[in-house]
Write a protein that binds this ligand. Structure first.
Ligand SMILES: [Zn+2]
Length: 225
């Protein structure tokens, strides 16, 4: 199997996990960077229903090069981020209720649980609910994201970036989970957040080889017979 075919299989599995965990629904999209200034993307359809044959290949301006489906309406967000961030290899954009709720409270993600440690450097908030349907808006989201691994879009959703699909899946699920815990804890009164030193100690372990293996294998086992 060549590298692109293997990426396609991983991408479809990642979408199935995101669907199984109910963090994507009718909307949301996943893309990965290919060689030669190309992008592999889920098309304009519910991501959890995407099969291998549905994936499309785009150029860096969002123009379709291969595949039957149409590009997503918010493709510009992906292309702008890939242009601004050469380190980013894959992107998830979605609209989970928990992430939308935190985005409108104006606080961003607070590190209140261990699953939120990935986001200890901050999750900027793009301050508009308007969908990202053109390059100017895409560039604004990319600028708001800066060098972070997630950006919240006020009243709209979130976008997570990573350098491989396993990490993307983990960040995508953990962002929703930590947002959920933050909301639950807030109802009990003032919350205590992880200190910077505690976060620094914990992220050291994130870079060890196969750090995501057990995590990703668990979720994949839930969607594969
Ligand atoms: Zn959106």
């Amino acid at each position: 199997m060549d590298a692109v075919e293997s990426l396609k299989e991983k991408m479809v599995l990642a979408c199935k996990v995101l669907q199984d965990q109910r963090v994507v629904d009718v909307y949301g999209h996943v893309s990965t960077r290919l060689s030669d200034e190309r992008i592999l993307s889920t098309p304009h359809m519910p991501p959890g229903k995407v099969a291998l044959r549905d994936l499309i290949v785009l150029d860096m301006n969002g123009k379709k090069l291969e595949g039957f489906g149409e590009p997503n309406g918010e493709t510009a967000m992906h292309t702008s981020i890939y242009k601004a961030r050469p380190d980013v290899q894959c992107i998830l954009h979605y609209h989970p209720d928990e992430v939308v709720a935190v985005s409108i409270a104006g606080q961003g993600i607070k590190v209140v649980a261990n699953c939120g440690v990935h986001f200890h450097r901050g999750t900027p908030i793009y301050d508009s609910p308007v969908l990202i349907r053109n390059e100017q808006l895409g560039d604004k989201v990319a600028a708001t994201l800066g060098d972070q691994n997630a950006v919240l879009l006020r009243g709209h959703g979130g976008t997570v970036v990573a350098n491989d699909l396993d990490t993307l899946l983990r960040l995508g699920l953990d962002l929703v989970r930590t947002a959920r815990i933050q909301i639950m804890a807030a109802s009990l009164g003032p919350v205590k957040t992880h200190t910077q030193e505690e976060c620094d100690q914990m992220v050291k372990f994130h870079d060890r080889p196969n750090a995501n293996r057990r995590y990703v294998d668990y979720y994949i086992s839930e969607v594969v017979d």
